[in-house]
Design a protein around this ligand. Structure first.
Ligand code: ADP
Ligand code: MG
Length: 330
């Protein structure tokens, strides 16, 4: 069973960045307004995620670590189960391949901690914590040395973590995020964004300025269009802004970061005659639709999506972005 668990774990957690994504998504799911992440050595030796969400009751801690245990699906969701990706797998997987400690405190309860090392769980014990949840993952893949060999340099893994954090932060502008790198006993701030206020467009604009820079934000136009149940919102940079080599394309489906060929191709198409061929469009675009119209997280660790009607989505993106660019300043 251990081996089966470890193989399954590799499906969910490919690298430190995928662990960070799962842990931060858990914090967001718990209603966190502030999420602080610390990594060391590219996330190999340490990933710590601290949130101020509603926490986990002591009695629920062992359940949180159990495979297939989730508090997020009730009977009515079962038909939609695929739209949430793999459920109840992340903590169990991380505990199978690393040393995981979960410390949490729910309002009205005592704080408690549980740990799991390479699949072996300790009993829950009391722990001091004012609220929220702290997940600490040390020695990722120590239990699966073969996995370790697939990791790239610490620098590359740290960059992948920062990229995941930037994308999650764009999708949640009302939440404050920090990312720190504690490699070699240092403590370096990699990312810090404060919670934005205002309506969603204002908040997103502020968040994009914080992450992509003032210049992007000042040269970006608002995209806002709807067709046949699909909503396309966000900001697209004017062709005059777009950079040469640097690709700044951030795409989201139902608020989850994705890397989707269809959407990237459509974005390119929208700018086709507006940019010279050596330049890339820059944009942060959010597609929202009924979960029935798209498969997200077809594979848990990858960010693929499958739209039921790709042509419709492509057409909407192209027309929404072109409309925004061509009417800018009018
Ligand atoms: P899933 O997120 O798919 O439910 P996970 O393995 O990621 O599965 O988490 C298992 C359970 O642990 C969650 O359903 C949730 O109840 C609890 N949990 C995990 N992380 C947190 C957190 N940061 N705050 C509160 N509850 C959490
Ligand atoms: Mg989860």
């Amino acid at each position: 069973e251990d081996i089966v668990n470890r193989i399954a774990a590799g499906e969910v957690v490919e690298r430190p960045a995928s662990a960070v994504k799962e842990l931060v998504e858990n914090a967001l799911d718990a209603g966190a307004r502030r999420i602080d992440v610390t990594i060391a050595d590219g996330g190999r030796t340490l990933i710590r995620v601290v949130d101020d969400g509603w926490g986990i009751a002591p009695a629920q801690l062992p359940l949180a670590l159990a495979r297939h245990a989730t508090s997020k699906i009730d009977g009515s969701d079962l038909l939609n189960i695929h739209t949430f990706g793999f459920r109840g797998e992340a903590l169990a997987s991380l505990g199978a391949v690393g040393r995981l400690s979960l410390t949490s405190r729910r309002a009205g309860e005592e704080g408690a901690q549980i740990t799991v090392n390479g699949g072996a769980t300790t009993p829950t014990r009391p722990a001091a914590l004012s609220g929220g949840t702290v997940v600490e993952l040390r020695d990722l893949f120590f239990a699966t040395p073969a996995r370790l060999k697939f990791l790239r340099s610490d620098r590359a893994e740290a960059q992948a973590v920062a990229d995941v954090m930037r994308r999650l932060a764009m999708a949640e502008p009302f939440v404050a995020f920090t990312l720190r790198d504690a490699s070699g006993g240092e403590d370096r701030q990699v990312l810090r964004v404060n919670a934005e206020t205002g309506d969603l467009f204002d908040a997103l604009h502020g968040r994009l300025a914080a992450i992509l820079g003032r210049e992007f934000a000042e040269n970006a136009v608002r995209v806002d269009a709807e067709r046949d149940g699909f909503h396309m919102t966000g900001y697209a940079a004017l062709p005059t802004y777009s950079r040469g080599a640097a690709v700044a394309q951030y795409l989201f489906v139902n608020n989850r970061p994705v890397r989707d060929k269809l959407l990237i191709g459509a974005l390119k198409g929208a700018y086709a005659d507006l940019l010279s061929r050596d330049r890339h469009p820059a944009a942060a675009l959010f597609v929202s639709c009924d979960p029935q119209l798209v498969d997200v997280n077809v594979h848990p660790a990858k960010s693929e999506v499958r739209f039921r009607d790709p042509a419709l989505v492509r057409g909407l993106l192209v027309s929404a972005v072109r409309h925004a660019l061509l009417t800018a300043g009018h």
